[in-house]
Ligand binder design. Structure first.
Ligand SMILES: *[C@@H]1O[C@H](CO)[C@@H](O)[C@H](O)[C@H]1NC(C)=O
Ligand SMILES: *[C@@H]1O[C@H](CO)[C@@H](O)[C@H](O)[C@H]1NC(C)=O
Ligand SMILES: *[C@@H]1O[C@H](CO)[C@@H](O)[C@H](O)[C@H]1NC(C)=O
Ligand SMILES: *[C@@H]1O[C@H](CO)[C@@H](O)[C@H](O)[C@H]1NC(C)=O
Ligand SMILES: *[C@@H]1O[C@H](CO)[C@@H](O)[C@H](O)[C@H]1NC(C)=O
Ligand SMILES: *[C@@H]1O[C@H](CO)[C@@H](O)[C@H](O)[C@H]1NC(C)=O
Ligand SMILES: *[C@@H]1O[C@H](CO)[C@@H](O)[C@H](O)[C@H]1NC(C)=O
Length: 659
């Protein structure tokens, strides 16, 4: 259980005073800096800080015996390949943000966005065309739209209203949360799924439906109806029996009430529903139990997407000591470094993704991550977690899901793709970028911008070296090659030997690596040579020199041999353009107005501004993970944010790079 370190530092933050795509005006303030004890300065054995900055690492699993094959043929066909996925969008892999942490991740409010967050989204947009984010989770269920909150906050946990076994506090929020999301969408191509409260059905609280329609308009992709309704009885939100039929009936009540409310002015909201969002954990419902009620036909005009939520395992026993078996992280680590685990996890959904296709519906993995209840220290937050997440994303695409969302939960979880510092930040305390962001970045390039990419798991026999081919218009364009083995001797490095029957190989291929020295490395992973650093080191832009390798092919043998280190991941570009950071249009520039503390004014330049942080006024009072956060944290974790902004200083024009 983590107790956050006392933090009272503050630093630069950015205020968006007016937002227009690519020409926003941004005001930069500078505040007092104060001491900050780093989490990583504490020896692992004594670490009692928050999970998000845990220094704990595990021993990499042993090198498999017998040794893995060192040359792996990747035999592709130029045309006529069967078994490819449905065409997939560049935005395939997105993020799920627990509603309670939105004011830490996106910004403080609609006029103070987190620039690192914008940068992170822009990186993805440049590679894939757009990003989809789901705002919801357990905290959506009791969220209440209020006119205003104390201190002009946009979000507040009502700690006196805690209920349910996950102790999720009810959440009060204002319309400004939705304006903040709209303002994000005006800057970067982010589109939203939003959760509707579903605990109380008589009557439903429909406020978010009306307000999101009005404020987000076309930026809103879907409204999630219930979060894990199959867990409702277990968590005491419904009385037994509560069945798939009952859930379907509630959908009908919802639509009736929505029609009567007059809130669906355009008539669009009633076509944006997402169901059933079941967790499908034992002893809960199988998707087929929902389909067999006729749910999809009954609500065909209302359902924009079908969706489920699934975590491969659960760390709830360790978090809650609730009797659930406590996972041994070291013993569990190998399960995350094997392709087999992904295939087994998704096999039960293949019938449903086929069914969804037959009904003309898209099927989403609405919320997922490495382990329920915040992930596992030493697994979720290391390089092995990046390989796991990338293989999982590709397997979801191969399995005909139409998208997946990695969950982000706040300071009290291990599995965040990215996270702002615990409270307000200093000039030197920046964001921490987790392995799943790297997975999403590599996935964005694997998918590319066509929205037509088809994914095929090549079913390599060894679970340690999965390979995928990516197609556009039926022709192979890229290969994704993994090596899960951790072997510093180099003896387990592999070579992917690519050939294309019926096609001509180029004389050389380009290769980008997602790299680290070990599956247990924490932070400083590189994608094409660039990194987001370790804890508190990122402004959301890749650092370092981009390294896109060229590998010559054997034109006689008609093969291209690409090395994949142990451990490693290579994205091999057979044809077409390769995204480069050096492209002139790779940088979106926002005109800014800077107001800064005199101390810094002499040397403020665009690069300095670009590395500053959005201010995070939120206090992460409770861990907010899937199925509850840090149960005991409510009373203890009350950090007080001291906002001492020094706005004196000169006003200047500067360019803020949001890329
Ligand atoms: C956002 O927060 C800042 C700082 O507290 C405040 O000046 C600004 O008015 C707020 N914006 C809105 C829309 O409330
Ligand atoms: C791909 O989809 C995104 C939405 O995520 C859209 O903005 C973009 O224009 C599409 N690209 C193409 C080439 O259709
Ligand atoms: C907080 O929750 C309690 C119990 O549900 C409720 O009585 C109270 O009105 C809530 N406070 C706010 C500000 O919503
Ligand atoms: C940003 O939010 C403010 C509300 O504070 C609103 O006035 C403005 O129109 C928003 N901009 C966009 C592009 O939505
Ligand atoms: C697949 O799903 C359909 C629709 O629910 C169901 O009728 C069928 O029995 C399922 N098939 C298998 C093999 O589970
Ligand atoms: C995905 O859908 C395509 C098109 O219907 C199909 O050919 C393929 O077999 C499906 N893949 C899986 C893993 O079910
Ligand atoms: C990342 O690399 C930097 C620079 O080499 C180093 O200072 C930092 O400690 C590293 N962080 C981690 C978490 O390894």
């Amino acid at each position: 259980m983590g107790i956050p370190l006392p933090v009272r530092s503050l630093g630069l933050f950015l205020a968006l005073t007016a937002v227009v795509p690519c020409h926003g005006k941004i005001t930069v303030y500078h505040a007092n800096q104060a001491a900050f004890t780093t989490a990583s300065a504490v020896p692992a054995a004594q670490y009692s800080g928050v999970q998000a900055y845990s220094p704990v690492t595990l021993t990499p699993p042993p090198v498999p015996s017998p040794a893995i094959a060192s040359a792996i043929p990747v035999q592709l066909q130029n045309a006529g390949t069967i078994g490819m996925s449905i065409p997939q969008p560049g935005s395939f892999m997105g993020f799920s943000v627990e509603m309670s942490v939105t004011n830490q991740v996106f910004g403080k409010n609609s006029t103070q966005l987190q620039v690192p967050f914008l940068n992170l989204m822009a990186n993805l947009q440049q590679r894939s065309g757009g990003v989809r984010i789901r705002v919801g989770g357990n905290t959506q269920e009791s969220a209440k739209l209020v006119d205003s909150l104390h201190n002009n906050r946009i979000l507040q946990k009502n700690l006196t209203g805690i209920f349910g076994t996950t102790d999720t506090p009810p959440l009060d929020y204002t319309r400004d949360l939705l304006y903040m999301m709209a303002n994000v969408s005006a800057l970067v191509n982010v589109r939203w799924f939003l959760g509707v409260p579903w605990f109380v059905t008589k009557p439903f609280d429909l406020a978010i439906v009306g307000a999101s329609q009005e404020i987000l308009g076309d930026y809103l992709l879907g409204l999630q109806c219930a979060n894990e309704p199959d867990m409702y009885v277990g968590h005491k939100h419904r009385t037994d029996p509560y069945t798939p039929y009952d859930y379907g009936g509630e959908m009908s009540d919802f639509l009736t009430q929505l029609a009567a409310s007059g809130l669906d002015v355009t008539g669009r909201a009633k076509q944006l529903l997402i169901g059933p969002n079941i967790a499908n954990s034992q002893p809960a419902w199988a998707p087929e139990q929902i389909w067999n009620t006729g749910f999809v036909d009954t609500y065909s005009e209302n359902l924009a997407y079908l969706a489920v939520e699934k975590y491969p395992t659960s760390n709830c026993g360790a978090v809650y000591h609730d009797g659930e078996a406590i996972l041994d992280p070291q013993a569990t680590f190998p399960e995350f470094l094997s392709h087999t685990a992904h295939v087994q996890l998704l096999a039960p959904y293949l019938n449903s993704t086929r069914y969804a296709q037959s009904k003309g519906k898209q099927f989403l993995m609405m919320e997922t991550n490495s382990a329920a209840c915040g992930g596992i220290g030493g697994i979720s937050d290391v390089y092995g977690g990046a390989l796991w997440g990338l293989d999982y994303a590709l397997q979801l695409a191969h399995s005909n899901f139409s998208g997946g969302m990695f969950h982000t939960g706040g300071q009290h979880v291990f599995y965040n793709p990215f996270i702002a510092p615990p409270t307000a930040q200093s000039t030197f305390r920046q964001w921490s970028i987790g392995p799943l962001y790297y997975a999403a970045l590599a996935m964005a390039e694997a998918m590319g911008k066509s929205n037509l990419t088809q994914v095929l798991d090549l079913k390599i026999a060894s679970p340690y070296t999965p390979m995928y081919a990516l197609y556009e218009n039926g022709t192979p364009v890229r290969v994704a090659a993994f090596n899960y083995v951790d072997d510093p001797t180099g003896a387990s490095d592999i070579t992917a030997v690519v050939s294309i029957a019926g096609g001509t190989l180029p004389s050389q291929v380009k290769v980008k690596y997602l790299a680290a020295s070990s599956v247990s490395q924490k932070g400083n992973y590189t994608w094409a040579g660039q990194t987001f650093g370790g804890f508190f080191e990122s402004d959301g832009r890749p650092m370092g020199t981009e390294d896109i390798q060229s590998v010559s092919c054997d034109t006689t043998a008609q093969t291209c041999s690409v090395k994949v280190p142990a451990p490693g991941f290579a994205l091999i570009f057979l044809t077409g353009a390769v995204y480069s950071e050096n492209e002139p249009d790779a940088v979106l520039t926002f005109a800014t107005t800077a107001r800064t503390h005199t101390q810094n004014t002499a040397t403020v330049d665009p690069a300095v501004l670009a590395t500053s942080n959005g201010h995070n006024g939120a206090v992460d009072g409770l861990g907010s993970t899937s199925r509850g956060g840090d149960k005991n944290a409510g009373g203890r974790i009350q950090m007080h944010v001291v906002l001492s902004v020094l706005t004196a200083g000169l006003t200047m024009g500067a360019a803020l790079l949001v890329r």
